[in-house]
Design a protein around this ligand. Structure first.
Ligand code: VGL
Ligand code: ZN
Length: 198
């Protein structure tokens, strides 16, 4: 992916934090390496967007106990993010602004949904807030971040990926890096915290 750009926040910007939940961080059932490191960084983005009175969306993996992605149901993953459990709660330490909007996905047993846009409410929410540019961070780079960014670009949104606010599962070494490069070639730009101009 190309290097990070500088950007000033504008009226139709929004922050989308993807699946930063207890099961995906240290001590969870499907921990993403070094995911804990992004929590303070994401909190800083949350503070900046709050200060600018810009909308903040938090998505969450919200599976039934017999979800098709679980190993015992023939899927690829250990059980994780079962709706209503501690593992499915937003990660301890992540700031959750009162007015943040929550999007739940992959909520039915027979459907995997890596993209936030698989939830019809995602686009409705973005439209109701007249969002044009989305700043996307969270977990995991090559799954829910990648598919969400790909779909957002298809829908015409301008995308900034928070390069310092994502982490990859890396089932194979380099998966995260490859996903970052792929998002870039699809038209997403990369940003870091210091690149948001005051
Ligand atoms: C995710 C694996 C399984 C993700 C969700 O949020 O990237 N990855 N379920
Ligand atoms: Zn899942």
């Amino acid at each position: 992916m190309k290097h990070a750009v500088d950007v000033s926040l504008e009226k139709q910007d929004a922050l989308l934090i993807v699946d930063v939940q207890n099961d995906f961080v240290n001590g969870g059932s499907l921990p993403v390496a070094n995911a804990d490191e992004i929590i303070p960084v994401l909190n800083s983005y949350i503070e900046i967007f709050t200060k600018h009175s810009l909308p903040i969306f938090l998505s969450r993996d919200w599976h039934p106990a017999n979800h098709c992605s679980f190993l015992e149901c023939g899927g690829d993953w250990p059980p994780h993010c079962i709706a209503g459990t501690h593992g499915a709660d937003f990660a301890t330490g992540l700031i959750r602004p009162l007015n943040a909007q929550i999007i739940s996905k992959a909520t039915t047993a027979d459907r995997e949904e890596y993209s936030d846009f698989d939830s019809p409410e995602m686009q409705k929410l973005l439209e109701s807030h007249a969002v044009k540019r989305l700043f996307v961070g969270g977990l995991a780079t090559e799954f829910c971040i990648y598919y969400t960014v790909r779909d957002a670009l298809k829908c015409g949104y301008k995308i900034f990926v928070l390069a310092d606010g994502v982490r990859a599962i890396n089932l194979t070494v380099g998966d995260g890096t490859k996903a970052m490069a792929e998002m870039s070639s699809l038209g997403a730009e990369k940003i870091v915290l210091a690149g948001i101009l005051p």
